[in-house]
Ligand binder design. Structure first.
Ligand SMILES: NC(=O)c1ccc[n+]([C@@H]2O[C@H](COP(=O)([O-])OP(=O)(O)OC[C@H]3O[C@@H](n4cnc5c(N)ncnc54)[C@H](OP(=O)(O)O)[C@@H]3O)[C@@H](O)[C@H]2O)c1
Length: 182
């Protein structure tokens, strides 16, 4: 079991934060696909059901494909791992590897940005028309630590500022105790 894990969000977003339209990514940059493949290869990837269904080739090869759905009926796909909560999917992935990639889409990014350690964001310089968005990156919580500027987009890496992690695994119970007097 890996004890020191890193949960990494990986996404490509337009300048207006659009990430998808009609369950597709509305652009094609082969350099970005190569970057995605280089980073995620041989690591577990966690995605929502819509993102999985949108993949032209599924499952993505040489990676544990972990797919989230709230529903009990399973997919007609072999070689994927189905989980019904993000917490379960991360616990499962942590047994497999020290790096876990959250690959989308919008609904899953919105949940994961509350606790992920790192964001690998391809920020496209242009606006796109779309129906799904990457959540706002709050710079009070995240530091941009590197930026590699290309012709049409830049590869940005953010890490969470220290002390700003919400750990969804911790549940608090407040209990009040009173001594019995006999
Ligand atoms: N540009 C990029 O980098 C990028 C990357 C990935 C995806 N995308 C785009 O994003 C769009 C899809 O995003 P989306 O928000 O519609 O869908 P999504 O996040 O891919 O999937 C949403 C579905 O996943 C399941 N789910 C999500 N969180 C869950 C949880 N905590 N527990 C259990 N199940 C959970 C639910 O499935 P059920 O309804 O079955 O319960 C939910 O309806 C597409 O356009 C895609 O092309 C873009």
């Amino acid at each position: 079991m890996y004890m020191c894990n890193e949960v990494i969000i990986i996404a490509a977003a337009a300048s207006n934060n659009v990430i998808g339209k009609d369950n597709k990514i509305p652009w094609h940059f082969s350099e970005d696909f190569k970057h995605f493949k280089e980073l995620t290869l041989n690591h577990p990837i966690i995605m929502g059901k819509n993102t999985f269904l949108s993949l032209p080739k599924k499952p993505l090869p040489n990676r544990d494909n972990i797919v989230l759905t709230f529903k009990d009926d399973s997919f007609d796909f072999s070689e994927i791992i189905i989980k019904h909560s993000l917490e379960d999917s991360i616990s499962y992935a942590k047994q497999k590897d020290s790096k876990i990639y959250i690959i989308g889409g919008a609904f899953v990014y919105k949940q994961a940005i509350e606790f992920a350690d790192k964001i690998e964001l391809t920020k496209i310089y242009k606006e796109y028309d779309g129906d799904t968005y990457f959540p706002e990156i709050d710079l009070n919580k995240w530091d941009l630590i590197s930026e590699d500027k290309k012709e049409f987009f830049s590869f940005q890496t953010y890490i969470r500022k220290k002390g700003n992690k919400y750990d969804f695994r911790i549940n608090w119970v407040f209990s009040l105790w009173k001594r019995n007097c006999y």
